[in-house]
Design a protein around this ligand. Sequence first.
Ligand SMILES: [Zn+2]
Length: 238
Amino acid sequence: MLLLRKRRNVKEGPNFFIWSTMIVGSVFDFLVLWLYACLQAPKETDKQISGMVEESVKLAKVFCENKWPVLAFLDSHHPDKPEHPYPPHCLIGTEESELVPALQRLEKETNVTIRRKDCINGFLGSIEKDGSNVFVDWVGTNKIKVILVVGICTDICVLDFVATALSARNRGFLAPLEDVVVYSRGCATYDIPSHVAKSNNEVVAHPQELMHHIGLYMAKGRGAKIAWEVLVGPHEKP
Ligand SMILES: [Zn+2]
C-alpha cells in the first residue's frame, strides 16, 4: 500500500492530510526535456532533477516488486518530423530517446508498458493509427482507479498529460479512473536562469523552482491531487 501525504500547509490546518487510497498504477513520464536540462543547466548537480530520478527509482522498485502496472512514456522522434517549437530532440535510436540508466530495468519488467510517443502530451501520444489509445486501454484493462504521475518536465509534459487525462476522465473516457495524483518530489523541470537567457537570444528564461511550482499549481487547478510524500506500507497486492 502507498500512502500519499500532502505537505503541511498553514491554510489547510495543522494536520497533514493522509490519503490512504491503494495505488494500482503509475505513469513515468520521461521526455526529452530531461536532456535539455542536462545541457542547459549549470554544471553543478541539479538537485531537483536528481531528486526526481531518485524518487522515481524508489517507486519503480515498489511497483515492480508488487507487479503493479506501470506505464512509461518515452519521447521518440523521427528526424524528419520536428516537434514545433522545440529543436530536434529524442531522435529514434539515440541515447536521448531511452530511459535514464537508473530506470532501464523497467524495460525487462512484465508489469511495465513502454509507450514511445512523438508528442509532448502523453495522452495524445498514446493514440494509435486505428484511433485506439494505449493509455486509455491500459487504464481500462488494469482497472486503474488512481494514477501517480512522476517525471519531467513538471510544467510541460507532466502538466499537459495530467490536464488532458483529467478532462478525459470528466468526459467519461477513462473509467474506472477516479484520481490523478502528481508526486511533487517525483517531478522536475529544467533550469535556464534569466542571466543565461539575457546573454543568449536563442533561449527563453525558465527558472526551475518557479516553473516547477507553476506546473504543480496548474495541475492542482485542473483537479489533480498533489502529493509531497509517498510512504510505502506493507506490500499488499491490490
Ligand atoms: Zn518531443
